[in-house]
Design a protein around this ligand. Structure first.
Ligand SMILES: C[S@@+](CC[C@H](N)C(=O)[O-])C[C@H]1O[C@@H](n2cnc3c(N)ncnc32)[C@H](O)[C@@H]1O
Length: 341
């Protein structure tokens, strides 16, 4: 077949994929391969179309043949990750994600898949939504708004304040809200949070702004001043995946910064707080309860707390991660037990 006819067939197969017509797309790719001979790309497409039809064994065979032609055929590796995962072999799926990242560092689909394999269950937005529904907070503060996705989870009549130096809200937010285009430190210097909320205290907060641990610590301190004993603070990105995705400066698309360090720091300096980690994909959620608006411990010990944060390295979590981070089960009964009634 000539190149032009070949391209037409490829385009036809792509359209069938878009229509999710896996069987027909498979047949077209098979025909192209018969005409043109094997290639790792075509074998990968055949594997993907088999997998989509729940034909896992043939899919594995195609992906393996693709890798025999090109050992770095990344989509074939990812195909095998999905196959292993669908057969419940999580360890093998994780190992293959790590292998892909060895020759393609920072490859986002491998990081995302690895994280979802390690953190099954509700994702962070589902947990946030659950907390809004359960707590029905009168007031809610969100640091780090971006598109507004997490702010849409607040329900009327919750009064919301969002803080983000570069908000890019595209979502429809149903709860009454004010968004301040400011860095959180500046917001707390310039505004009276309670006056902006029109409430006596903050009932619930979500910290998802600057991805550096000392910023998050300051955000927590600033929010706690306006808390009541039943206030719940959630902190995004408290379960780091690996070293490269938890550096302070961003090197990868999938990135949690070094926020996780705030969890052991709060546990050390504020044993009176309830500090937990929910292993919710993609990067976990810190959960802090039993706040005390009159506590000045963190501010008084700021230098020591900052020094503690600075010396923490990723390998601190190599052993005993679960107890160092007070990880709870990502299941509603485990989460609800910690929420105020
Ligand atoms: C990961 S996004 C937030 C996503 C959002 N919470 C969600 O789940 O849909 C992080 C946001 O934090 C904002 N940000 C960065 N530095 C900040 C700061 N110092 N104070 C507040 N927000 C900040 C960024 O502009 C960005 O929009």
């Amino acid at each position: 077949m000539n190149q032009e006819a070949d391209n037409i067939q490829l385009e036809r197969a792509e359209n069938l994929l878009k229509q999710e017509n896996w069987a027909q797309a498979h047949a077209v790719y098979l025909q192209i391969m018969q005409d043109e001979g094997e290639s790792d790309q075509l074998l990968t497409k055949l594997g993907q179309t088999c997998f989509r039809q729940s034909q896992v064994e043939p899919a594995i065979d195609y992906f393996t043949r693709a890798l025999a032609l090109n050992s770095e055929a990344v989509e074939a590796h990812m195909g095998l990750v999905y196959c292993a995962s669908s057969m419940g072999d999580i360890a093998q799926a994780v190992e293959r994600c790590k292998h892909v990242l060895e020759f393609k560092p920072g490859y986002q689909p491998a990081h995302v898949m690895w994280a979802s394999l390690l953190l099954p269950g509700a994702g962070y937005t589902e947990v946030l939504k659950h907390c809004h529904q359960k707590l029905k907070p009168k007031s809610y503060v969100e640091i780090g708004v971006e598109s507004g996705k997490s702010l849409t989870l607040a329900n009327p009549p919750t009064q919301c304040v969002g803080i983000d130096p570069k908000p890019q809200v595209v979502e429809t937010i149903s709860a009454p809200h004010k968004i301040f285009a400011l860095e959180s430190d500046i917001f707390f210097q310039q505004h009276d949070l309670l006056a902006e909320l029109g409430c006596d205290h903050v009932d619930m907060a979500f910290i998802d702004g600057m991805h550096h641990c000392e910023n998050v610590l300051r955000d927590f301190i600033n929010i706690e001043k306006f808390s009541q004993p039943n206030t719940v603070v959630l902190i995004h990105d408290c379960v780091p995946l690996d070293t490269i995705t938890s550096t302070r400066e961003r090197n990868t698309n999938f990135w949690s910064g070094d926020i996780w360090k705030v969890i052991p720091c709060l546990k050390k300096f504020r044993p009176d707080l309830g500090v937990f980690t929910i292993p919710a994909a993609p990067t976990g959620l810190g959960l802090v309860v039993k706040l005390n608006a009159s506590s000045t411990v963190l501010e008084e010990n700021m230098e020591e707390a900052l020094a503690y944060l600075r010396q923490l390295e990723f390998d601190y979590l190599d052993e005993d991660k679960s107890s160092k981070m007070s990880v709870i089960r990502n299941a509603w009964p485990s989460i609800d037990r910690l929420l105020p009634r």
